[in-house]
Write a protein of this length. Structure first.
Length: 79
């Protein structure tokens, strides 16, 4: 479980199951997209543009994370 997108990308490349704290399951396709978005937002911040942050973490995010963790563990145990 990580919110660190570069770390998630590296882990996915090495075959590790990765989930964000908000319940997003990373795979080879979507982690590249998230890495590109992260790099773009970082370049905006470097130029002084405020990009805001993530929305507050609430019960919906907790539920999404729990469901994603359950699916990922079930899938991993079947292999």
């Amino acid at each position: 479980v990580t919110a660190d997108i570069p770390l998630a990308a590296e882990l996915v490349e090495n075959g590790v199951h990765v989930i964000s704290p908000r319940g997003e399951v990373f795979d080879k396709e979507n982690v590249r997209e998230r890495l590109s978005i992260r790099d773009f937002m970082d370049s905006l911040r470097v130029t002084g543009i405020e990009t805001g942050g993530p929305r507050p973490f609430g019960s919906r995010e907790k539920q999404t994370f729990g469901a994603a963790l359950d699916r990922t563990l079930t899938k991993a145990l079947k292999h």
